[in-house]
Design a protein around this ligand. Sequence first.
Ligand code: V47
Ligand code: SF4
Length: 359
Amino acid sequence: MTIEHIKEKVHNNIRLTDDDALFLFRCPDLLAVGELAAYANVRKNGRRVFFNVNRHINHTNICVNRCKFCAFSRTADEPGAYAYDLEEIRNRATEALRQGATEIHMVGGLHPDLPFEFYLAMLRTVREVSPLLHIKAFTAVEIAYLAGISGLSVAVTLAQLKEAGLGSLPGGGAEILRKEVRDRLCPEKISGEEWLAIMEEVHRAGLKSNATMLYGHVETFEDRVDHMRRLRELQDRTGGFQVFIPLSFQAENNPLGHLKNPMSGGVDDLKTLAVARLYLDNFANVKAYWVMLGEKIAQTALCFGVNDLDGTVVEERIGHDAGADSPQTMSRDGIVRLIRAAGRIPVERDTLYNELRTY
Ligand code: V47
Ligand code: SF4
């Protein structure tokens, strides 16, 4: 196989195989892979790059799981454990609204004691602040947990959350879907098959969601391709994924840190985003999450197939607890400048990718 062979497929809109994706991951010519990904992206999205004005609320770090890559979670009696009450959530949502946010991104640990009613109340609290704030909340892992504590089916759990204000789901908790890797990373977490099954129900319930992949630790390129293949297959069936977001592993303060892949770094970050753009031909958007990548790689990624930057964020715990040295927030002006300096056109979007304003 050669890069020319893959180029021909991309130019003729022929779907890449798993072997093609593996070839691209192993290809030492980063610029050739990036150029092809940039071509595929511009063909789909032009030179426009989305961003959104959002605020993350990590409502609790108390979690019954102990994922080995997670520097965020605590047991209830550990120093640094916290859980926001409804007032603290209301204050953060109110501040977000004042700062022009259109989205609240709310995820947290699997708290051992909070009742299902509290999660409904969290959603209602944000909705009371403004019905214009889209609430993107709860990973598939949290949905499985909420169904467990409520005693309701996943479908009814989703219906009640939707009724209380849930607008869509973020893409967390996917990690690496393959069992052998998951057993090493997060044995207590729902399986990859369950994660996919919940996302399928989410999409069938008429909700959109995102999809992530945590990379740069113990996984192989084959594991990454297997992960993306399963996402691509589900997307073929439902069309419910809005965006793919690779999450670059942050190695501090967690037991998996010493297993950080020595090959990880800027080249691997850009290659992973580029391969995602080429292989996930049924995903409209590939997002560079600057919190984990740093601003400079996130900006450079705009020339490697990426068409979406997340977001103003404001207060982030998960990546920063694990050593991310990016700032806590980026202003709207800062993001616009970053996109323009990459020769692209900044477009502010809402959570569902409706265009709000072109800069
Ligand atoms: O599920 C945890 C990851 C995720 C680490 O959908 C880590 O728009 C790197 O999913 N190093 C939560 N990653 C974040 C997330 C997300 C972020 C931004 C946007 C969206 C979206 C989703 O963070 C977790 C886990 O995969 N994570 N620990 C770590 N040490
Ligand atoms: Fe809990 Fe999520 Fe951290 Fe796992 S990644 S320990 S489920 S907060």
